[in-house]
Design a binder for this molecule. Structure first.
Ligand code: 5GP
Length: 192
């Protein structure tokens, strides 16, 4: 998506450790007009899917997922990073290793909010190694629901998450795929 690529080139910064910082428009300050344009694109890409829920993970996925859900006319559910898990059986739980924070989170979704007859579109801001998405896929699988597709704002194509998910047969649409980036020069190369 050209608009997003232009914005990444304009406002994104490459940090050591293969981290692309997009705090200016996506991860801290949020450009709602851009989010609307991204949501339009996701809705176009998944127009043929009978989506009943949009699922993301807190916090950065929530802005995009909210607008996508609004446009589709379905609820948005966000998986929560839990401090402590109660074991009374009303939660789906999984574990996710955070790429940026280098720690493992227990992540939960209430069983009330995803059911076997749901058709879920998973949305997130970044895809790197795929840990966050594999956790979300695990939660949907536990619920017995159908995964219609996965929509990602920025995929780092030089990390294995995206290729792995495509090989496993998931319909994965990334609005921008970064194939290379360099923290010393600031150069960012997109896949087309
Ligand atoms: P994964 O689980 O695929 O390794 O990483 C995805 C998650 O880590 C995303 O939800 C995002 O929050 C975070 N993340 C991974 N790489 C980056 C990056 O380069 N920049 C930012 N801002 N977040 C990232």
């Amino acid at each position: 998506m050209e608009l997003l690529e232009e914005r990444i080139l304009r406002d994104g910064t490459v940090k050591p450790g293969n981290v692309l910082k997009v705090d200016n428009f996506l991860n801290h300050q949020v450009d709602i007009e851009l989010i609307h344009a991204m949501a339009d694109e996701f809705c176009r890409l998944f127009a043929d899917c009978p989506i009943t829920k949009v699922l993301t993970i807190e916090a950065s996925g929530i802005a995009i997922a909210s607008i996508v859900a609004e446009q589709l006319g379905v609820p948005m559910v966000f998986a929560k990073k839990a401090q402590s898990i109660n074991l009374d059986g009303d939660l789906y739980t999984t574990q996710i290793v955070s790429y940026t924070h280098k720690r493992t989170y227990d992540v939960i979704v209430s069983k009330k909010f995803i059911s076997p007859d749901d058709h879920v579109l998973i949305i997130d801001d970044f895809l790197a190694n795929g840990c966050a998405l594999n956790g979300l896929i695990d939660l949907v699988t536990q619920a017995g629901a159908t995964i219609e597709g996965i929509g990602i704002a920025i995929e780092k194509g030089f990390q294995p998450g995206g290729d792995d998910l495509r090989e496993r047969g998931y319909r994965l649409e990334s609005l921008a795929i970064v194939d290379a980036m360099n923290a010393d020069t600031g150069e960012i190369v997109f896949r087309h």
